[in-house]
Design a protein around this ligand. Sequence first.
Ligand code: ADP
Length: 491
Amino acid sequence: MDTNENLPRKILFASSEAYPLIKTGGLGDVSGSLPVALKSLHRDVRLVLPAYREILNHKGKSVTIAQFTLPLGHVKIKERLLPGTRLKVWLVDCPSCFDRSGSPYLGENGLPWPDNAERYALFCQAVSHLALDKAGLEWQPDLVHCNDWQTGLVPAQLSLSESRPATLFTIHNLAYQGLFPETLFSTLNLPWSFWSPHALEYYGQLSFLKGGIVFADRINTVSPTYAEEIQTPQFGCGLDGLLRHRKDKLSGILNGIDKNWNPAQDPLLTKNYSLREPGGKKDNKKALLRELHLPVKMNIPLMAFVGRLVEQKGIDILLTALPEIVDLPAQVVFLGSGEKRYEQALRQFAKRHPEQIAVQIGFDEALAHRIEAGADIFLMPSRFEPCGLNQMYSQRYGTPPVVHRVGGLADTVTDTTPATLRDGTATGVVFDGAESTVLIEAVKRATLLYGQQKQYWQPLQRQGMRQDFSWRRSAKNYLELYRQTLLERAG
Ligand code: ADP
């Protein structure tokens, strides 16, 4: 520990995904960026991940630095660097658990892998083993930073050890809880004391997430508003009581956005542009419309949605609003994948309105960049949003977002009102109520502002582009939270 500052020197950052090695969503972005930002603040950080096949096939050398046998299996620890950085990554290699093709969490049938409980319990055992410096690596962290249910058993297991490091558990999305049937409990080699509503039991099921919430020294979420919201029945996913019980240890820190989301240097764009030289944004719009086979109409707004096609993201609300949005008139581009019913509905709309709607089903990082740059207005009607990244990217790219006032959206977008226009803080349009009628009104409001380019829209774009969404800022907030966690544990 840095005794002068009471800051942890060594931090073990445990996650089930990290960009660019493997990513399915926002957690991957955070785990690929925050540890790197912490390292640049002079912390000694190790990122620990499962050795999925996709990671082992990723270019870059890895060496085996340890191996040991756990109750759930034999593992090797392979060390490599996170691509493009000096950050050391430890891979928990257990072929029967992680050496398979496809998504980390879901099989080809779109359902969770049937052995997810065993897979992530083994991962948690390996992380705990490393955290207690039992792998012969002579590296004991001062703090273990765990993320989401896949790491939830780590704080629980470490709580059994006197000489353990401090633990922080970050909830990136409370809706994903790692719930499994009771019968699995006895197969995971957990102490029977954990089978209790005060520990891992959740109404007769085994909850990995509760391991983190109940046992970690501190808990946080990825925005201050979401930290408040999850203490209410509306957003608490059945855990609001427990979260209220731990509210003194619960806080929120906004995510940052990665440096490669920068329109001034983004190599994926047709033309780079910036706050000082914003002209190139128009070229990106033209190129995007051509790429999507939509007619180039520069005088009507191009709106965009990028994200998972699931209820959380409000895609159903947007689908209901779409006929009126098209009539404004506007063009709309969708990039996403998820539930088949939404994919089909979107494809049908695109067929009916080939000049106005373009739909790309799938995950396409490069296209996501070109959409952020080429669109005029970004749509994010999420029902709940722990932090959300796209509304931050879109502000950075001069594409003001229309967002539902929840979670991280409420914390990162300032609604346009006479007052916020006057004081120069407006960055988008914020609406209350997850309903299509309200969304339509908000989109109309954005379209009116868009129509007054000089007076309203450009100031809005500029203010968004000025925001500091850097990881460095978030990392400093995390350091402060780590310090507090260590102090409380010592005290
Ligand atoms: P969540 O983690 O709930 O999916 P976030 O907004 O926090 O939502 O992060 C989602 C991340 O994944 C962003 O980087 C977003 O651009 C990206 N993303 C989501 N869907 C797609 C897609 N179909 N193609 C490319 N990128 C996507």
